[in-house]
Design a protein around this ligand. Sequence first.
Ligand code: FPP
Length: 242
Amino acid sequence: MAEQRNIPRHIAIIMDGNGRWAKQRNKERYEGHIAGVDSVRAVVRAAVRNGISYLTLYAFSTENWGRPQAEVDAIMELFCKTVMNEAEELCRQGVKVQIMGERTRFSERVLEMIDHIERTTAAADRLTLILAFNYSSRREITLAVRDIAANVARGEMAAESIDEEVISQHLMTASTPDPDLIIRTSGECRLSNFLLWQASYAEFYFPETLWPDFGEEAFDRAIEAYTQRDRRYGLVTDNVIE
Ligand code: FPP
């Protein structure tokens, strides 16, 4: 089905607009994040239904630690609660969950939940759901460069053998194909330190919809828009090999 409809293999989403959604309703910001979890549930369902193989969601950036402590705590709590409540249903749908980001600064409880969700869903094979949590792309690239430099210094690799593939293999996304489609909700049109290397040939889609209002239909519309795009990878239409 995926091949016939030319649908994206990997969709990545910057879930933006929770705060504005809450403000419009005179609610606290954390209530926007709570509503945002319903959208996460909806897009996961829609991704499975559409035969998408990889879905990456930007849930918490390295920079987000700088938000008011109450909001950070609320997002961490929401993450733990969601993991506890959804693990079984995710397994039932065939969703394997992986957390992408540095395992630093988290509480013991969050670390336990990360371990719990990854272990519980490890055997699922319909959709890989990657939650970027304490992730930033520049940090990811920095760590990769450090790692490669250390390999060279130890004499395990020649500097001349560093190519794009070597770099890709040292990123946190090493086992994941590059995103075909990147969606950012709420009308903002920027990447905010998300998958900078991996986004080289991605298509972008920027709906005005705030994240808590982004549901299954909106996700289907994004896929439909993608199917209309002409991806050329720097070539001309006639010689593109996908
Ligand atoms: C961006 O909206 C959203 C976030 C920084 C957090 C996203 C978190 C969730 C959807 C819930 C937790 C996720 C999981 C997977 C359990 P914003 O706060 O920047 O919105 P604004 O730009 O309108 O202020």
